[in-house]
Design a protein. Structure first.
Length: 242
């Protein structure tokens, strides 16, 4: 008599599809700018999680239902590393804000599929930016639909608090304090330049102070020589003018 047992194989949720994060430097630049800019914006919020090009699995047990947004923002979930975003392990909370950055390889059918996915699985705000045409499309949830927004220039996101400015040669995402959203490296570069400028100012001030000290020392030397000459003349009995 033999005993046999069967086990259900564990469901595998792939962490990558082997495709690159972006198709070109422009798309990559915008993904990084938005991702890092929003991370800076919400740095003091431990309950805001951001990710780029990470698989989001909304349905447990079905790894074929997935998408990897260029940038997704989840409110109510802690920061930290994850191999993928499995919604059932995150309190059932879906990403509420999603950004997609278009590249020349994107197709209309692909973008329609993504819109349907985000609509079906709970995204509240969805933004699609084409950096080549400087065009921004936005969708906001109303009931169970993601409906297109009519005016994006000057629009302020209710969830993110940022404003979109399309009046220039490229999109500018403006923080609530009025400054533009910037990636970490750009902030570091600005900090380095500010530090260098401060060091130049200090060096200039020190040089001016040293010059002032030299002038004061020369003035004192001349005054001492004058006093010594006057003393010599008085000792010689020479009457000096009052």
């Amino acid at each position: 008599m033999s005993l046999s047992s069967s086990t259900t194989p564990a469901v595998v949720y792939p962490e990558t599809d082997g495709e690159p994060m972006a198709e070109g430097s422009i798309q990559y630049q915008w993904i990084v700018m938005i991702r890092e800019g929003l991370e800076n914006l919400f740095a003091k919020r431990p309950d805001v999680y951001l990710a780029s090009d990470m698989f989001w699995y909304p349905v447990e047990g079905d790894p074929d239902i997935r998408v990897a947004p260029d940038v997704m923002v989840v409110f109510g979930r802690p920061k930290g590393h994850r191999p993928s975003y499995k919604q059932w392990e995150e309190g059932g909370i879906p990403p509420e804000v999603v950004f997609e950055i278009l590249s020349p390889g994107n197709r209309a059918a692909e973008m329609k599929d993504k819109l349907r996915f985000y609509e079906q699985h709970g995204v509240t705000e969805y933004y699609v930016y084409d950096p080549y045409r400087v065009e921004l499309k936005g969708y906001q949830r109303s009931a169970d639909k993601l409906r297109p927004m009519t005016r994006l220039n000057g629009w302020a996101s209710p969830l993110l608090g940022v404003r979109f400015d399309l009046s220039g040669q490229e999109l500018v995402i403006v923080r609530p304090n009025g400054s533009p959203l910037r990636p970490v490296q750009e902030i570091f570069n600005a900090l380095d330049e500010t530090t260098a400028e401060l060091e130049r100012t200090v060096a200039k001030a020190e040089a001016m102070a040293a010059k002032a000290d030299a002038i004061a020392a020369e003035r004192d030397r001349i005054a001492r020589e004058r006093d010594e000459l006057l003393a010599t003349l008085r000792a010689a009995g020479i009457k000096l003018p009052e």
